[in-house]
Design a protein around this ligand. Structure first.
Ligand SMILES: [Cu+2]
Length: 264
């Protein structure tokens, strides 16, 4: 009985604290920030270069030597369904799991409000891909930051570049190479590897001058192999600009999953 009494006191206190908070909180309408972090895993293990991993589904093992990709066209969806799209020149990002400065995105100047989802493209949209180079943001400069993420022979970006070695690869040096991307260049206009991903928060997250939430996404590299299509290194050690690329794009879209949110 005494326990129950203490428990109800506790609940009452908690309830009134909540109510008080809600009542007292004058919601600042100043623009806020949002951070999006990309944490790379292979199943339950942390992703690392030059380390051997095993794909439990195929039994194949692989040692990554390079992984980089573009994400772009972020839009943030509010509770009321309205959307905020980042300014075009600030809406392209290169993610590199081996570079600490390239695993995080800061969205600045976000209108205050409650947000419930984000949507983004893995890769680069066709409109930007066909703009004059001088009009593209620095991260997409084929002669600069995007140097090794661009096909000069068939204008277009490599959206996702994943390389490594595997005993299952029949290529010389046992290498595997997946360079997925492109935009309808003159060779094979039918290949479209642009994929968008929507991530629901499962709750409304407040953003304003006082609240800078951080979204932690898990990027599970295993999904690259194990998605709607099973990618076996033994069967496809090298995939670049061919029709199988779209199946891989379907797979890697599934790599991005929300793990948790720091509401701050
Ligand atoms: Cu976290």
């Amino acid at each position: 009985m005494k326990k129950l009494f203490i428990l109800s006191l506790f609940i009452l206190a908690a309830l009134s604290a909540c109510q008080k908070n809600e009542k007292d909180e004058a919601v600042p309408q100043t623009n806020g920030k949002l951070e999006i972090k990309f944490d790379h895993f292979v199943g339950t293990e942390r992703f690392a270069l030059n380390q051997s991993f095993t794909n439990p589904s195929s039994g194949e093992s692989f040692t990554p030597t390079l992984l980089k990709y573009f994400v772009s066209n972020f839009r943030l969806i509010k509770e009321d369904g309205s959307e905020y799209v980042l300014p075009a020149e600030q809406n392209y990002f290169l993610i590199d799991p081996t570079d600490n400065s390239l695993q995080k995105i800061q969205v600045e100047n976000l209108p205050a409000g409650k947000y419930t989802a984000i949507e983004f493209i893995i890769g680069v949209d066709s409109l930007m891909s066909t703009k004059d180079v001088s009009e593209r943001p620095p991260v997409l400069d084929p002669a600069g930051q995007a140097q090794d993420m661009y096909w000069s022979w068939n204008p277009g970006y490599i959206f996702v570049k994943f390389e490594g070695t595997s005993p299952q690869s029949s290529e010389s040096g046992n290498v595997f190479k997946y360079h997925i991307g492109g935009y309808g260049g003159y060779d094979t206009p039918s290949i479209n590897c642009i994929r968008s991903r929507r991530i629901e928060f499962g709750e409304a997250v407040m953003v304003n001058g006082d609240h800078t939430p951080s979204l932690h996404l898990i990027v599970d590299v295993l999904k690259f192999f194990n998605g709607s299509t099973s990618l076996k290194i033994a069967e496809h050690p090298v995939v670049m600009f061919n029709s199988f690329a779209t199946a891989i794009a379907d797979n890697y879209k599934e790599m991005f999953v929300l793990d948790h949110i720091h509401e701050d």
